[in-house]
Unconditional design. Structure first.
Length: 243
């Protein structure tokens, strides 16, 4: 119910965002190129013949229902989000934008971004979306869900759902989870995670989407950190990474 309410409250803003990202054709020279469907009350009345209901608002607010996009539009949207986040230098704003984009693109219910603590190098919560209060560690306390540490150690994405997930503390966030390390060169600089309340596993397409988001996020985080260090006089001239 919490996520449904949030979906309802944010549906108007999401409608604007989705219209910009998905309603138009990408503009490539290929036959059969199609536009996405970003539904509203007028579209449903003209296409389906029924009035718009609160249920449609809930579905649209979480990226479901009549909303439809093509694979090429998803790639274009990821690129647009990536370019947007790589230009941010405010770390808190950057972290929240990354999580928001990941949750939206993968149609997840919750999302979180873990970053390295400047003191202990442990993974701590940088930003979260729709996380239950009891799942949020105290400030600067390590995030411990037993799955994130495995993903960091292997430097590879991990997806788990159902009975297998219930053995881990991460089950408090949902019945399906996907975590992807944020890698810069050989280092893991953080971790991006998403979860669904239902036992609907994340598939290979979801993993590809989140990996693309994680790649952009890692570049953006390193760039932002370098800029802050430059402003503080901590490093000499350097070359920032392009998105």
């Amino acid at each position: 119910m919490l996520f449904d309410r949030l979906g309802s409250q944010g549906a108007a803003d999401r409608g604007i965002q989705a219209s910009v990202l998905f309603q138009d054709r990408p503009g490539i020279d290929l036959p059969g190129e199609s536009a996405g469907v970003v539904p509203d009350a007028k579209w449903k009345e003209e296409t389906v013949g029924d009035p718009w209901t609160i249920g449609d608002t809930y579905n649209f607010g979480i990226g479901q229902g009549y909303l439809s996009v093509t694979p090429l539009q998803m790639v274009t949207a990821i690129s647009a989000i990536g370019k947007a986040v790589t230009g941010l230098t405010d770390l808190n704003q950057l972290w929240n934008r990354i999580v928001e984009g990941a949750v939206y693109m993968a149609q997840a219910d919750r999302g979180w971004l873990l970053v390295r603590s400047s003191d202990s190098q442990a993974l701590v919560l940088g930003a979260g979306r729709n996380l239950p209060p009891e799942a949020i560690p105290a400030e600067d306390q390590p995030w411990e869900d037993e799955i994130s540490s495995l993903a960091v150690a292997s430097a590879e994405p991990l997806t788990v759902h159902g009975e297998a997930l219930r053995r881990f503390p991460l089950a408090a966030l949902g019945q399906a989870a996907l975590v992807v390390p944020l890698r810069f060169r050989e280092d893991v600089v953080g971790l991006l995670g998403i979860a669904r309340k239902t036992d609907k596993p994340f598939n290979s397409s979801d993993q590809t989407l989140l990996q693309a988001m994680a790649d952009y996020a890692a570049i953006a985080m390193v760039n932002a950190s370098l800029i802050h260090r430059l402003e503080d006089g901590g490093v000499g001239p350097t070359v920032l990474i392009g998105g």
